[in-house]
Design a binder for this molecule. Structure first.
Ligand code: DAH
Length: 338
């Protein structure tokens, strides 16, 4: 028995695979295994009661020992198999990428405009998208029967409030709240009842601007616009003013930008070398009065940048509908450009 035990220990030590351990189990504990054979071949008739008892006890101990040692070896092989599998990890394999979010092209353009204006001492203010008729129209010299209302049809809520059609709605709000002198811009989302096509959307962005102080003239307006646009387009730009009509400015203008693509010679994008970019003008005395400002003491200018339009120009986006479509591939293209 001692000899069998020692052999078993040796055999288990030299086993290198789980299959070999299984073979050892068969060799010792199987039907023809050495321990089983030993038990069968014992001639009990020649033994005394004492000898039988002692033999049986030692045989049991040997069986238990063999069973325990073999199952311990099996467990050890299982554990090392798992360890081997883990070691198979290929650390050079490409990982599961985590996608970085990206800012929307309009957000990027808005952030840049805010930066430039803040650098010139403007405050950045945000007004409500749900607005009253008064701030959106009446306070801007557009009474209920004015034809300008037709161009800015919008969504009416049941409580008589509306979705604002332009960021100009912030002009009188701001004047009433902060008075003069003031320099501020109001970027934000606007809404109109619009048939959607490549250049029209029912939801779009503008950035309104306002300066009220003593002795503000058209010269201040032109200089400010030129400086801003040169910074946005990162080069010296040429601008021109044409007369334009808006009920809340007098005189009112269309500010055109000398085409950056053709340098003003004329091309398919601009036509005659100029791109209509920013409607603007000197604030109408009636609007100043609504804002609680005395037009004899103060004057000012206002302008409305089409933020959506500017983003489309800046990033070469040809269809306005991409901007609201919610497809992240739109955003992902532009982040690195800034
Ligand atoms: N609010 C006008 C629009 O949405 C644009 C505009 C025109 C704004 C002239 C101004 C301005 O501040 O002076 O069509």
């Amino acid at each position: 028995m001692q000899e069998i035990k020692e052999r078993l220990v040796q055999d288990l030590k030299s086993a290198t695979t789980a299959e070999q351990v299984e073979q050892i189990r068969v060799d010792y504990l199987g039907r023809k295994g050495s321990i089983t054979t030993l038990a069968k071949s014992a001639d009990f008739s020649k033994m005394s009661v004492e000898e039988k008892k002692s033999f049986g006890q030692r045989l049991n101990e040997l069986k238990n020992f063999a069973t325990a040692e073999i199952s311990a070896a099996v467990e050890a092989f299982k554990a090392s198999a798992i360890r081997r599998k883990t070691n198979d990890l290929d650390l050079t394999a490409p990982g599961k990428g985590r996608r970085l979010g990206a800012l929307h092209p309009i957000t990027l353009t808005q952030m840049e405009l805010e930066d430039v204006f803040q650098g010139m001492g403007f405050s950045v203010l945000y007004g409500p998208e749900v607005e009253s008729e008064y701030f959106c129209f009446e306070a801007l010299n557009i009474p209920g029967d004015h034809p300008a209302r037709d161009m800015q049809d919008t969504f009416w809520l049941k409580n008589q409030l509306i979705l604002r059609t332009h960021t100009s709605a912030n002009q009188v709000r701001t004047l009433q709240r902060f008075g003069a002198p003031i320099r501020a811009i109001f970027p934000g989302r606007c809404f109109r009842y619009e048939a959607v096509d490549p250049s029209h959307e029912n939801t779009f962005y503008q950035c309104e601007g306002l300066v009220v102080d003593k002795n503000i003239s058209v010269a201040n307006l032109i200089a400010t616009m030129k400086t801003i646009l040169s910074q946005v387009f990162k080069r010296d730009v040429k601008v021109r003013l044409r007369p334009g009509y808006f009920p809340f400015v007098e005189p009112g203008f269309e500010l055109d930008l000398n085409c950056l693509l053709c340098g003003g010679k004329g091309c398919p994008t601009c036509g005659d070398g100029w791109i209509e970019l920013i409607p603007c003008g000197l604030i109408h005395p009636e609007v100043l009065r609504h804002g609680g400002i005395d037009p004899k003491e103060y004057s000012g200018f206002a302008f409305g940048v089409g933020l959506t339009r500017l983003a489309m120009m800046k990033f070469g986006i040809k269809d306005i509908r991409y901007l609201n479509c919610g497809d992240l591939r739109v955003n992902e293209q532009f982040t690195t450009l800034v």
